[in-house]
Design a protein around this ligand. Structure first.
Ligand code: ZN
Length: 318
């Protein structure tokens, strides 16, 4: 099999070819998950991702549930849980596996990515740089919940994370405290899909809060752009009652965003595996050949070559 990047991840075997995560609408392609840099119309995707597509971009595609094998352009194709966000999939194409964005540790609103034996592995290198490691997830979660409880004693608190995936993980986390959660309507529209699929998330829409309820103690989950001072118009009233804010992203393990985003705290909760997770995953798949994709592709390819002694190549993705 040959793999290269050409308007998406192009997998070829003799006369057969399939494109994974194409940059534009491509019938017969496969779409791994609902983040905007992967989400296009026209392809095959999990039923969950298809619903996310309809809410986020409009458009259509073909639903393929996890674990169900189909024939696509002469290949056998199966989707497996990627543990990254709700509905996210790794794509198996004959004896090749494309992880898409993935997380072997999984999350509260999705399963885990499990390694499998393959000849070729195309792997997400978002945090693929040696040293890019996160503290244990349970530590980050308890730090966040402790901070939240403490701050809630004196007023409202807002957490900000990416609108699809991170925000719904945060709803699930805050639900553990039994504190009321209010979210932006956009985050709620996406969370509604989770609920329709049986995931227990409890939240209220910001637009449904009555004027008289605004001073009640609660946690808010909002888009990061809304918290940068001055607060977005739709939540400006929170500024007057002493709102405390935090940004939540895996990148908080490497960079300080408190000043850049004007927030009070930050927590490194990630929906990707870190460098060591990714290396362990690659080793467990025992591939003959590895292709690395996205942010730190070159660094990861080098590490795989040197440390695991597996022939490895960085794909020049967009
Ligand atoms: Zn993603």
């Amino acid at each position: 099999m040959r793999v290269r990047y050409e308007g998406g991840i192009l997998v070829q075997d003799l006369l057969k070819e399939v494109i994974l995560d194409p940059v534009r609408k491509t019938p017969g392609s496969v779409v791994s998950h609902g983040h905007m840099d992967h989400l296009t119309s026209g392809g095959i995707m999990t039923p969950q991702t298809l619903e996310v597509l309809k809410v986020r971009r409009g458009g259509t595609g073909h639903a393929l549930p996890y674990g169900k094998e189909i024939e696509l352009n002469g290949f056998r194709v199966v989707l497996k849980d990627a543990g990254h966000v709700f509905g996210s999939a790794m794509v198996r194409v004959d004896d090749l596996l494309y992880t898409g964005d993935f997380n072997p540790e999984g999350g509260a609103t999705c399963g885990k990515a499990r390694p499998e034996f393959v000849q070729s592995l195309i792997v997400d290198a978002t945090y693929g740089r040696p040293g890019y490691n996160f503290p244990p997830k349970t530590d980050v979660e308890s730090d966040l919940l402790n901070w939240l409880e403490m701050e809630l004693a004196s007023g409202p608190v807002a957490l900000a994370g990416y609108e699809f995936g991170k925000s719904q993980e945060l709803i699930s986390l805050v639900n553990r405290l039994g504190v009321e959660v209010a979210v932006s309507d956009r985050i709620a529209d996406l969370a509604d899909i989770y609920v329709r699929h049986g995931i227990d998330l409890r939240y209220r829409r910001l637009s449904a809060l009555a004027e008289g309820e605004r001073k009640d103690p609660r946690a808010y989950i909002l888009p990061p752009g809304w918290l940068r001072p001055p607060l977005d118009d739709s939540v400006s009233w929170l500024g007057a009652i002493g709102l405390r804010t935090a940004y939540v992203s895996g990148w908080c393990a490497m960079f300080d965003f408190t000043r850049r985003y004007g927030v009070d705290a930050q927590f490194p909760l990630s929906d990707h595996g870190d460098f060591e997770d990714v290396m362990d995953f690659i080793q467990a798949c025992r591939p003959r050949r590895v292709y690395t994709a996205f942010s730190n592709a070159k660094e990861l390819a080098k590490a795989v070559d040197r440390r695991l002694r597996i022939k490895s190549e960085a794909l020049l993705t967009r």
